[in-house]
Design a protein around this ligand. Structure first.
Ligand code: ZN
Ligand code: ZN
Length: 315
């Protein structure tokens, strides 16, 4: 199994060629993909807000000055995947494709369920500062029709809910390339060290933002059934080679939801208008522990200051 973008490798860098016409552009901790040729290309996901210039730069490097996508496809609407849609579309007539069930979160009708830091792990702790609000895509929002996208010939989209209700993945049969969004990750996002090392691994979806674990499992199983040779996910380095479909199959077979968490036993319920019901939030001990630790530190500092002051006092 080969990983793209590994430090010291031939394909090192934040912008790497995943297939002849698929380029990964990393925007912080999330990947976007430029798919297609100079005459017609599509941007899959748009990254974290503020990274639009980097994506434009990568597209211009590949296709020349003023390069503009024929369409934008969103795997889902989370802040780290849909953050630059309005900036990148600007005043241009660029269609933005998303699944019907994702539309409420992209048209200002609904917020996403709150993230669940109680699932534990690195990304869960980091998620405390993530926004879960919906956003308003100002122009060009289109529904997906049938199983193909007109601007992406040769690819089909697959509904892969669980992480979000309208999450989709993209698959090209001819070279078995899978763009998986957050239906899965190609790194262990729960590990603090893996946030830096990013060892290639096929793992389940980012846990704190996954709100239906039974659906998430079915989606990973469906993707395993495609037997991809390349997996380009939203998080982690893209991976390729003979071992990829085996690794994905093992991930599907061993798929285990977190041991605890708000959405583990009951999913958040959503419909065509967005969020409908939330399971109650379990007790979150972290803020109490953090406050307790802060009090201990403050107490220790106070004690040290008192001791120092006593020492200085004249006898
Ligand atoms: Zn996501
Ligand atoms: Zn993501």
């Amino acid at each position: 199994m080969q990983a793209y973008g590994v430090r010291g490798s031939q394909n090192e860098g934040s912008t790497v060629q995943v297939a002849p016409d698929v380029t990964r552009v990393a925007t912080g901790f999330v990947n976007t993909y430029i798919v297609g040729e100079r005459s017609r290309w599509v941007l899959v996901d748009t990254g974290i807000n503020g990274f639009a210039p980097l994506i434009k730069q990568a597209a211009e490097k590949r296709f020349g000055f003023g390069a503009r996508p024929a369409a934008i496809v969103l795997t889902h609407g989370h802040f780290d995947h849909a953050g630059n849609v309005n900036t990148l579309v600007g005043n241009n007539d660029i269609p933005v494709y998303a699944h019907d069930l994702e539309r409420p979160y992209l048209s200002g009708r609904s917020d996403y369920p709150p993230q669940d830091p109680t699932v534990g792990g690195a990304i869960a702790q980091m998620s405390r500062v993530f926004p879960h609000s919906g956003r308003v895509i100002r122009a060009g929002l289109r529904n997906l029709q049938h199983d193909e996208i007109p601007e992406l010939p040769g690819w089909r989209w697959i509904h892969t809910p669980g992480h979000t209700p309208g999450h989709i993945s993209l698959f090209r049969e001819s070279d078995r390339v899978l763009i998986a969004g957050d239906a899965l990750a190609t790194m262990n996002m729960d590990s603090w060290t893996e946030q830096v090392t990013r060892t290639p691994a096929v793992c389940g979806p980012p846990a704190p933002l996954t709100t239906d674990w039974a659906a998430a499992r079915r989606s990973v199983e469906a993707l395993a059934g495609l037997e991809p040779r390349v997996i380009a996910a939203g998080h982690g380095l893209p991976i390729a080679g003979d071992g990829v479909s085996d690794a994905l199959r093992r991930c599907a077979e061993r798929f285990t939801p977190p041991a605890r968490g708000r959405y583990v036993n009951s999913p958040a319920l959503a419909g065509p208008d967005g969020l409908e019901w939330l399971p109650p939030a379990p007790p979150d001990l972290f803020p109490m522990r953090a406050a307790g630790a802060a009090m201990v530190v403050a107490g220790a500092l106070g004690l040290m200051a008192a001791v120092r002051g006593r020492k200085r006092r004249p006898v």
